[in-house]
Design a protein around this ligand. Structure first.
Ligand code: AMP
Length: 282
């Protein structure tokens, strides 16, 4: 596995791969890799000629007081996992390399970034879009793989790619979960054993919402109330939001008469976790 630490090295690797006619797959991550990340790497390895994975804990997507410093980092373990899957190239830049002296340019997006996670993390998606566009420009992949786990992120990135004519195909893959349903996340490492038990209430709440819709409930308010009720049954868990939204506009809806996304974010102790389910109404 080739390891690139600088933008120049990474860009050279990509140019070379493209010049020899190879299809490039790209999986951007913040590291501390788990089976969710690895599902994206496996799919890229199966569908493209060369897979590039980036590991970059991007400072611009963390707000003040968030967990930038504490975010888990495990380069050695991650490298082993990536090698075992046949990853061709790891891009592992420093923050100074990505945001060089005098850095001044950011990508903002209207509408889609002001809802759901954007309410409590108002600068988050600007950081995400900025780093993802930079990574696309450096790696120049044919396809890039993202997880449905970060549903809003996937919608926001698709919108950017469309709006700014970025020549990359976006592939979004399903959420990989622990046996009890908790969505895998690098942040799960923060949870104490009792918090880990509590954390599963988020997924249970979404399942409860899906069940109600399956039984014919058409009122989004009733579904939200039921989902909140499940989370409120776990005293150590605080709700950031529990919402029923349109899959593309991400706007809250009142009457459920088509596909919707049930999305939630909660704090378990100091750890913020997110999850979602897409529900197709038949
Ligand atoms: P992160 O390292 O958290 O920035 O995530 C990197 C990529 O992995 C993003 O596209 C995430 O949506 C995706 N991802 C994270 N957790 C999961 C999961 N449990 N299942 C599938 N994809 C995931």
């Amino acid at each position: 596995m080739k390891v690139c630490r600088t933008i120049e090295e990474m860009a050279f690797y990509s140019q070379d791969a493209r010049a020899s006619g190879r299809d490039l797959g790209f999986v951007p991550t913040m590291g501390a890799l788990h089976a969710g990340h690895l599902s994206l790497v496996e799919r890229s390895a199966a569908e493209t000629d060369s897979t590039v994975v980036s590991i970059f804990v991007n400072p611009t997507q963390f707000g003040p007081g968030e967990d930038l410093e504490a975010y888990p980092r495990d380069l050695e373990g991650d490298s082993e996992k990536l090698k075992a899957l046949g990853t061709d190239c790891l891009f592992f830049p420093t923050p100074e390399e990505m945001y060089r002296d005098g850095y001044a340019t950011y990508v903002t997006q209207e509408r889609l970034t002001g809802v759901l996670c954007g309410v409590s993390r108002p600068t988050h998606f600007t950081g995400v879009l900025t780093v993802v566009l930079k990574l696309f420009n450096i790696v120049r992949p044919h396809r890039a793989y993202f997880g449905q786990k970060d549903y809003q992120q996937s919608v926001v990135i698709r919108r950017m790619v469309k709006d700014l004519d970025v020549p990359v195909e976006i592939v979004v893959l399903p959420i990989v979960r622990e046996d009890d349903g908790l969505a895998m996340s690098s942040r799960n490492a923060y949870l104490s054993p009792s918090e880990r038990n509590d954390a599963v209430c988020l997924h249970r709440a979404l399942l409860r919402g899906r069940e109600l819709i399956g039984k014919g409930e058409a009122s989004a308010a009733a579904v939200v109330k039921a989902m909140r009720g499940v989370v409120e049954g776990s005293p150590g868990v605080r709700i950031d939001y529990m919402s029923v939204v349109h899959p593309e506009s991400l706007q809250g809806i009142e009457k459920i008469d088509g596909a919707v996304v049930l999305a939630g974010a909660v704090f378990v102790g100091g750890t913020r976790l997110i999850d979602n389910i897409i529900v197709e109404r038949s």
